[in-house]
Design a protein around this ligand. Sequence first.
Ligand code: UD1
Ligand code: MG
Length: 414
Amino acid sequence: MAEGLIKRKAKAASVAAAAAKEDPSSAPSLTIKHEAVFIFGLLCLLPYVYYIYVLDLDDAIKRSIHINAAMSFAGLVATVYVIPVAAKYVLRRKMFGYDINKKGSPAGLLQVPESMGLVSGVVYLVVMFLFQHFYFTPDSEWLVEYNAALASICFMILLGFMDDVLDIPWRVKLLVPSFGALPLLMAYAGGTSILVPKPLQGYIGFEILNLGWVYKLYMGFLAVFCSNAINIHAGINGLEVGQTVVICCGVLVHNIMQIGSVGLERQQAHAFSIYLLQPMIGVSLGLLAYNWYPSSVFVGDTYTYFAGMTLAVAGILGHFSETLLLLFLPQILNFLYSTPQLFKIIPCPRHRLPIFDPKTGLLTGTKDLNLVNLFLRLFGRCSELQLLIRLLLFQALSVALCFLVRYIVAGWYK
Ligand code: UD1
Ligand code: MG
């Protein structure tokens, strides 16, 4: 018996040694940045939380918001716990990336686990499915759209993960998210009419214009745009998740400010957006804890597509897509500025990232046409963390500008 035990022990030791030889990084040491993410999350959420308590909201809605918020927090905790486990498995499958903005330093040699947005995505779907139990009665008419929204988000997570695994060529990549929008477009039963801006009403002769299938085309375009726009405003540690959290918080402030001053149906639409986005913020902050500078994990296209789609779905079903586009100002600028490279009018390398100087630890902008490089060229060389903070501040300023523009324009537009 003792001999058997010794044999078994020897076998286990040799398997462990072989595994270590084959994959020395099989047990990654991930660092978690509690403080930075706590402060960032708090700053982003403060205006929204302030309005929840200052505004006089309907009790039932307030209760659902609280339940959803508690579940979102559970989603955050679950994400934080699952990521280290998932990181081990993706490394085993050789799914890792090298941190390009640390090239030339020891950190640039580390194998960083990729596609950790998958954990956020799965936890998000679990939270959203469970939330149905508290929110919907079986005859609820919103249930169809809610499930279609989740089907679209789920499909998008799959497409993003597929992209991470297969590394799809760029032109195909731009179109892939249009498939993700299909479940939502097919189930969409809301209005397809728009309010004609007041100054144009005199020329056109009517107030409401029914766009029919053109409106659905626009919805599809929104899903494709949002996913790609976040995916190409990326490549700096924490930027993909950081921008998503800032935009989500901007949308939540818009929802909560509108919810008390609109009719019952519009009220439902804004509440719906809140229920979609609070869990998004929860799972994103959980991911950001590992993805904040210096990143221990990368989020992958799984996350960027998932985030873009979730925001697009909230904008479509919440009927505030114009406001959503205003919140996407940095992404729109980045997209427009990138078009010569995206459409191959001028050459587009695989990565359009700055150059890192290991001696000074500073990044220098390249000629590539995106906001990351433009910021470095305009405001001078800086560290990756400084660049991240500058870009996130720009995102927050765009949110403030969006509210100002909405406030000024709403008077003559609607
Ligand atoms: C998009 C951008 C590309 C950018 C990349 C970075 C376009 C047309 N494409 O490509 O320019 O370089 O995103 O996300 O604009 N990485 C880092 N640090 C980070 C995040 C990512 O070095 O903080 C690197 C890692 O090597 C990682 C890789 O980027 O493995 C992931 O790139 P991927 O998301 O696959 O690139 P794309 O979405 O195709
Ligand atoms: Mg990407």
